[in-house]
Design a binder for this molecule. Structure first.
Ligand SMILES: *[C@@H]1O[C@H](CO)[C@@H](O)[C@H](O)[C@H]1NC(C)=O
Length: 343
């Protein structure tokens, strides 16, 4: 036995073989452990300054900013504004939430579903949608073939597990979730449930946002009826629209997707949020924002009304008689602004 291995024996087994056992030297272990953890900690300190980590340097959870931005940058969605903030605030400020937060956004095209999920990403994560802890899943693009569902299931499972293992507070945004091939959404069901852990991973800090047009027609009809009865848009109550959504869900003929899954029956969705169709005044606000955003005007105050009207002329409204709501909400506003300003 050479000196080196004897030293190792002595350090780790605290014995000199065949001779005697020396008194253990815990100090050495403590120093070793301290040096190691100090090394890791200072490495992280430097690394996480420059590269995104799962810590509060990068996960900023700016609830005040969320509140302000939803108020300032989202038009005509009084129901969404309040409910989104309160659910997210409740979730991220709870040390141990009892399940993942699941928000389901419903409504016609261009009413702000993508916009809100972007604002949420920006206010929770420093890098917004570009964050490594935010996953935007465009369903029609990523899962186009119904016959490949078994493969998609594995991919989806792996993606979620890897992601949440890496960072507990991950944000998953599923766009056009109503077009998800049948059964696929059920794959993620366990991650939304109340399990303390699955395979050693705790999914309860995760946030899932589902975007869909499902129920859009029913929401629009309700908003139209309310308008005809002369009630204010702001008087529309969440409970009333939720009832309509639930009814539309049961009667929905759309294949697969959210409506036929067990998400609803098992109460895995924290909240269903209706996005109302946009009336003219809200579309005008979107147009003004775009005119400034695209630097055609330095500020909102300097935009001439005729320009806004010119863009409005390029958009379609319905119903035919009342010309009340924008057919595409604010969705086509950017291109119409270009059309008017650059031609
Ligand atoms: C939160 O967001 C608001 C609005 O965008 C911003 O003004 C504020 O500086 C942010 N706060 C933090 C702590 O990042």
């Amino acid at each position: 036995m050479n000196l080196h291995s004897m030293l190792l024996y002595w350090l780790f087994l605290r014995c000199v073989p065949g001779v005697l056992c020396l008194a253990p030297i815990p100090g050495i272990y403590a120093v070793g452990a301290a040096v190691t953890s100090f090394g890791i900690a200072s490495f992280n300190l430097v690394f996480c300054r420059f590269y995104e980590c799962c810590d509060d340097r990068w996960i900023v959870n700016n609830i005040t900013g969320l509140q302000i931005d939803l108020k300032k940058r989202l038009y005509g969605q009084h129901l969404v504004q309040k409910v989104v903030t309160s659910h997210i605030q409740g979730h991220v400020r709870t040390p141990d939430p009892h399940k993942a937060l699941v928000l389901s956004f419903h409504g016609p095209t261009g009413t702000g579903k993508n916009h809100v999920s972007q604002i949420v990403a920006e206010m929770l994560y420093k890098k917004g949608l570009k964050s490594e802890n935010v996953r935007l899943i465009a369903v029609t693009k990523e899962f186009p073939h119904a016959e490949m569902v078994p493969l998609y299931k594995d991919q989806l499972r792996e993606m979620i597990e890897k992601q949440v293992k890496k960072c507990g507070q991950s944000l998953f945004i599923f766009d056009e979730v109503d077009k998800m091939p049948g059964g696929l959404l059920d794959t993620i069901k366990p991650y939304l449930d109340h399990y303390e852990e699955l395979g050693g991973v705790d999914y309860r800090h995760a946030i899932f946002v589902f975007l869909s047009n499902a129920g859009g027609t029913a929401i629009t009809q309700y908003a139209l009826d309310q308008w005809k009865e002369g009630s204010h848009r702001e008087d529309i109550k969440l409970a009333a629209v939720e009832r309509i959504l639930a009814k539309a869900a049961i009667n929905s003929e759309s294949q697969g997707g959210l409506w036929h899954s067990e998400l609803i029956s098992k109460h895995l969705v924290t909240a269903f949020l209706p996005f109302l169709p946009l009336e003219r005044t809200f579309v005008r606000q979107c147009i003004r924002d775009q005119l400034v955003l695209k630097r055609h005007y330095p500020s909102l105050e300097e935009i001439p009304e005729v320009i806004v009207e010119e863009v409005m002329q390029e958009l379609s409204f319905y119903p035919e008689k009342e010309q009340l709501f924008s057919v595409t909400g604010c969705k086509r506003v950017p291109e119409k602004v270009d059309l008017v300003m650059l031609s």
